[in-house]
Design a protein around this ligand. Structure first.
Ligand code: SAM
Ligand code: SF4
Length: 502
């Protein structure tokens, strides 16, 4: 077969018909004028109206644009206290008090794009380019398994040499690796592989589905079109605003119904981006009846050779960051919310208490950085800067001290609780019950297989408390078969069985 040049490949990626079919009346779902006018209309929201909005959110209903705009415009610190407390209450109702842990695995950093904020961009000569071989992917997987991870997100630049076939090879390689847990000698493996990659056409998305991915994640970066076009040069693949805007519509249609949205905060006004994430959610709900599985809100951090990543006029302060997390939690109550290791430990700890549901730990973003432990990774030459490099055990201990149980649950997609099914269960607060059971089962595995003595001491107390709550939960009293399955699975794990879930 003749080899395809990079230019030919680039010309073959975007399919206009896979955009146009989702437009309504020729228009996309971001109407900047209506976002600005909602923010203007709600400039001075009345406190009684805010309380009504909080009640609506507590009933696990997606807010409308005016309601989200009103929350974004609150000035009074005491009202923010109410907002923050409600954000946490909503999270507890939908996801109980567990935090899901994962690790990112950067497979390759070749990229045909030139995003102004990213160290991987083509024109950045400071970046050392590398594509992991399958043997290296295997080694990386072993390293993260030794930490205790069960969930990975694979991250890729956009390049013909790391297109979908390379991705599916990586996915299959990760799933094939087995390792032995250090404390117990039990066998362990990665149970869920998610993907963060460029927008793709339907045929490629179907290949990802066949390879067994969990969530497909694409960040819009900015919903503000002019800014989008400024930071993504024209004639690059990433410069096509609408191709990206509908990446997840295509994914759902291709059968990948756990889709993850996000915006890179720091490119444009943070209030506008929160509204953009809401509009994205509303359009997915309108066209497919399901919202995003998760929302991410990475803040831009310094990247190698990127002037913008150090100098943007829209950098988000810690105070505003906390506000946007709380408002997103309330606006899309069913979505999981991911805070990443881009954030420093202190602020991460704060936003975990505002309703975040997932975080990464022991994160390395250099290509091959987990297994090349001896190598000093030069942050200057990475995609962006990590704020929280702590080990998984340290973060699990910290969240345990706060009363949150660490979860490695991967039951959802393996039991068919995805897409519409999980959305229904989330909005009726039923999924939280399964979250709790599976969190306890996977936490039990972690405490036996990996935890340091200090973490185990905290964990044993917490797990006893969680089991007490499960035993007294009215929902389980009415479903005695679930309770007895849970009891026998828990006992099974103590006896050495693994990967039991409900
Ligand atoms: N190449 C794919 C794409 O652009 O969609 C995915 C991989 S990219 C490595 C993953 C995400 O990293 C981007 O979507 C962007 O939001 C984020 N990112 C890029 N530069 C960043 C920076 N300087 N600080 C924080 N996050 C950054
Ligand atoms: Fe490439 Fe993605 Fe980085 Fe843009 S954000 S330069 S597309 S890796």
């Amino acid at each position: 077969m003749a080899t395809v040049s990079t230019r030919e490949w680039k010309n073959s990626v975007i399919k206009e018909d896979e955009i146009n079919k989702y437009l309504i009346g020729g228009k996309d779902y971001i109407d900047a004028a209506s976002i600005f006018s909602a923010l203007e209309r709600q400039k001075n929201p009345d406190v009684r109206m805010i309380r009504d909005i909080l009640q609506k959110s507590l009933s696990i209903t997606t807010l409308n644009p005016d309601e989200t705009a009103a929350l974004l415009q609150v000035k009074d610190p005491s009202v923010w206290e109410e907002i923050n407390a409600t954000a946490l209450a909503v999270k507890k109702k939908v996801y109980d008090n567990r935090i899901v842990f994962f690790a990112p695995l950067y497979c390759a950093n070749h990229c045909v794009n030139n995003c102004a904020y990213c160290g991987f961009r083509e024109a950045n000569n400071l970046e050392v380019r590398r594509i992991l071989t399958m043997e290296e992917v295997r080694k990386e997987t072993i390293s993260v398994l030794r930490e205790g991870h069960k969930r990975l997100i694979l991250v890729f630049g956009e390049h013909p040499s790391t297109d979908v076939d390379y991705m599916t090879d990586c996915i299959r390689t990760v799933y094939s690796v087995n390792e032995i847990a250090p404390n117990s000698g039990q066998a362990t493996n990665i149970r869920r592989v998610n993907i963060n990659a460029a927008p793709m056409e339907m045929d490629k998305l179907r290949k990802l589905k066949e390879a067994g991915i969990g969530t497909y994640q694409v960040f819009q970066e900015t919903y503000h079109r002019e800014t989008f076009e400024k930071v993504h040069p024209p004639h690059t693949l990433k410069g096509h605003y609408r191709w990206r805007l509908y990446a997840l519509h295509r994914a759902i249609e291709a059968g990948l119904d756990d889709v993850a949205i996000g915006a890179l905060f720091g490119l444009y006004d943070w209030r506008f981006e929160v509204m953009g994430l809401l509009y994205h959610t509303l359009d997915l709900e309108r066209q497919f009846g399901i919202g995003p599985h998760t929302i991410s809100f990475p803040r831009m951090t310094p990247a190698s050779g990127s002037w913008l990543s150090n100098n943007s006029e829209y950098m988000v302060s810690d105070d505003d960051f906390k506000k946007l997390v709380a408002v997103l939690r309330l606006s899309v109550p069913t979505a999981g919310m991911i805070v990443t290791a881009r954030e420093k430990a202190g602020i991460k700890k704060e936003v975990l208490q505002l309703g975040c549901t997932q975080t990464d730990a022991s994160t390395r973003i250099g290509i091959g950085a987990y297994s090349d432990q001896q190598k000093e990774y030069n942050q200057e030459s990475e995609q962006f800067t990590i704020g929280d490099p702590r080990d998984l055990d340290d973060v699990i201990r910290e969240v345990g001290e706060l009363g949150y149980i660490a979860s490695f649950c991967t039951a959802g997609y393996r039991c068919g609780r995805t897409g519409e099914t999980i959305m229904g269960m989330l909005s009726h607060c039923v999924e939280s019950k399964f979250c709790k059971l599976n969190a306890v089962l996977t936490y039990r595995e972690y405490l036996n297989d990996y935890a340091t003595p200090k973490t185990r001491t905290i964990g044993e107390k917490l797990i006893a408390q969680e089991i007490g709550e499960i035993e007294n939960e009215p929902y389980f009293q009415q479903k005695p078969h679930l309770l007895s399955r849970f009891r026998s699975d828990y006992a099974g794990i103590l006896e050495g069985k693994r990967d039991l879930y409900l």
